[in-house]
Structure formats: C-alpha cells, structure tokens
Design a protein around this ligand. Structure first.
Ligand code: NAD
Length: 296
C-alpha cells in the first residue's frame, strides 16, 4: 500500500479563495478591509519566515496587515502596553504575536494581554475555554486547518480512535479537544501522548488517525502505525543538511518513507499542514473584522 497524499497546499488555496470572495463582498458593502496586526519580537529566522508567509497570504486575499518588529530586549511591560494600544484601536481587527518569544517574556502573559475578541490565533484562554465547551470562538489555526483537511477529503473522524502525539497549548491540546468533543465536528475517541508517555508505540499502533505534533524529527516510524492509518504530520523541524545551500532541510515528525507504505492518507512536509495554518488565520481575521464570533 502507498498512502494517498493530503494536499494541504491545494486545500489552503480553496480556503483562501473563499476568504478572498468574502473579503470582496464585505468591502463591496462599504466596509474597510480587515486588518491584521502582527508583532514580531527579535529576529528568529524561522519566525521571520512564518510572519512573511502570513503577510503574503493577507495580500493575496485582500486583508491589510502590518508587522511591527520589536527588539528582543523589549520588557514585558513595554510589549504589553503596545498590545493594549492595539486592543483599543478600532482599525485593528486581529492581533497576532509570533511565537516563540525570547525567554525573558512569558507567552502566557503576553497572549492574555491580547483582547480575546482580537485573538485570531485562538490561543487566549477565553478562546481555548470556549472551544472546550463548544461555544463559538477563534479556533487555533493549525488544528482547525487539520479538521478542514478531514472535511475536504471526506476522511471519517467520528467514532475513530485518534491519537495526538504532543500536548502543547497551541497544537496538541486544542487538536485533541477538536477531535474529541461529542457535540461538534470531532466525535473521535481520543488519546493524548506527550513526553511523559511511556511506550509511545503502544498508543500510536492502535490509532486510526495519528496526529504527530511533538517537534521531534521523524519520531513516528512505519512500525509504530497501524496498516491503513490516516497520518497527519504537523512537525516542522530544521535538520542539518550539507547538500542544501541553506545548510539545513525541513523534515516533519513522521518518517515519511516508512510511514507512507502503511498509511492510507498522509500529509507531506512541506505542503501539508503548514499552508492550512495560514489559510485558517485568514479565515479568523475575516471573522474578527465582521465581529462574527463576538458581536458588539
Ligand atoms: P512544543 O515543543 O510546544 O510541544 C511539543 C509537545 O510534544 C509537548 O507536549 C511534548 O511533551 C511532546 N513531545 C516531545 N517529545 C515527545 C516524544 N518523544 N514523544 C511524545 N511526545 C513528545 O511544540 P509545538 O509548538 O506544539 O509544535 C510541535 C511541532 O509542530 C513543531 O515541529 C513545530 O514547528 C510544528 N508546528 C507546525 C505548525 C504548522 O503550521 N505546520 C504550526 C505550529 C507548530
């Protein structure tokens, strides 16, 4: 068996096309374009690539955006006062602080400073909390993008055994919530694994749907999965590669070659989950401009 490829680039384009149409429709009714404020602290190369991709996607769908670049020495107090000013600014619909932050800053504190009504990343505890009780909220973009992939490819999730490897606040945990809620789209029986899980394979081998979000290059090998499993690779890891001009290559959390021989569906890296994350951010920013989730 060789797995069918889940083409995140293609599905993301479809999502972006829908957002572009909706943005045009919104503007044709006399509204200004949605506006996303991005904040980048420091000059982490990967973060620059991610904010660059977000800016490009905004331009593509007609969302206006500005990236404010701040010194990595900025104090928590200064950063929070900048965020608070954007909270108060009616011309700003969405606020995104690119993570990770320099180690002297607490990402929890910083995220909680963002007005939850402008938290288009869906990381604020208000949005995460509402997700867990099936209330309207901004849904964290990466897991929301994965749910969209299941929908697009008509991959059944209900009553399946989903195993999420990774339990971070921004990917693994919200992914597990979306998969497991019985009143919303997921309805899967869901297992969450993390770095304290003993015998990871014991869990992954029974997964109908396996989400790898551990940030560990090629952690999931073919022998760790069930024949016919759906495998979603969230990982984006830079590993040294002397043959590449950049000196590194990107690999996922899945050992693609061995896993694709056993899986029924698989996402590639790059071109799988990554483009969906950005597309869902566009969707959330439009929802923020329209005040669809939190009406005034
Ligand atoms: P994180 O470091 O915050 O969390 C990693 C999680 O994996 C933790 O819960 C940890 O306990 C768990 N873990 C680590 N090693 C493990 C192991 N050996 N076995 C089981 N669990 C283990 O990372 P994150 O922010 O959630 O990101 C995870 C990966 O996804 C990274 O590679 C990141 O670059 C990538 N990512 C991709 C996108 C995208 O759009 N494709 C978006 C966000 C993050």
């Amino acid at each position: 068996m060789s797995a069918e490829i889940i083409d995140g680039k293609k599905v993301a384009e479809l999502v972006r096309n829908r957002v572009r149409e909706d943005v045009n429709d919104w503007k044709s009714k006399g509204h200004r374009a949605p506006f996303l404020q991005v904040i980048l602290v420091g000059d982490d190369p990967a973060s620059k690539v991610y904010t660059g991709a977000k800016t490009k996607a905004c331009e593509d769908v007609g969302i206006e955006t500005h990236t404010r670049i701040l010194q990595d020495t900025i104090s928590a107090k200064e950063l929070k006062s900048i965020i608070k000013a954007y909270n108060e600014d009616d011309s700003v619909d969405g606020i995104l602080v690119q993570l990770p932050l320099p180690s002297h800053l607490s990402s929890h504190d910083v995220i909680e400073t963002i007005d939850y009504r402008k938290d288009v990343d869906g990381f604020h505890p208000m949005n995460v909390g509402r997700l867990t009780v099936d209330e309207p909220c901004y849904r964290s973009c990466t897991p929301a993008g994965i749910m969209e992939l299941f929908k697009h490819y008509s991959i059944p999730v209900k009553s399946k055994h989903a195993v999420v490897v990774g339990a971070s606040n921004i990917v693994g945990s919200p992914m597990a919530i979306m998969l497991s809620r019985e009143n919303s789209s997921g309805k899967a029986t869901t297992t969450i694994c993390h770095k304290f899980t003993k015998d990871l394979t014991q869990h992954t081998i029974s997964a109908d749907i396996l989400i790898a979000a551990a940030g560990q290059p090629e952690l999931i090998k073919g022998e760790m999965i069930k024949e016919g499993a759906v495998v979603i690779d969230v990982g984006i890891n830079r590993v040294a590669d002397e043959t590449s001009e950049k000196g590194y290559k990107l690999v996922g959390d899945v050992d693609y070659e061995s896993v694709r021989k056993k899986a029924s569906w698989i996402t590639p890296v790059p071109g799988g989950v990554g483009p969906m994350t950005v597309a869902m951010l566009m969707k959330n920013t439009l929802l923020a401009a329209k005040k669809s989730i939190y009406p005034e």
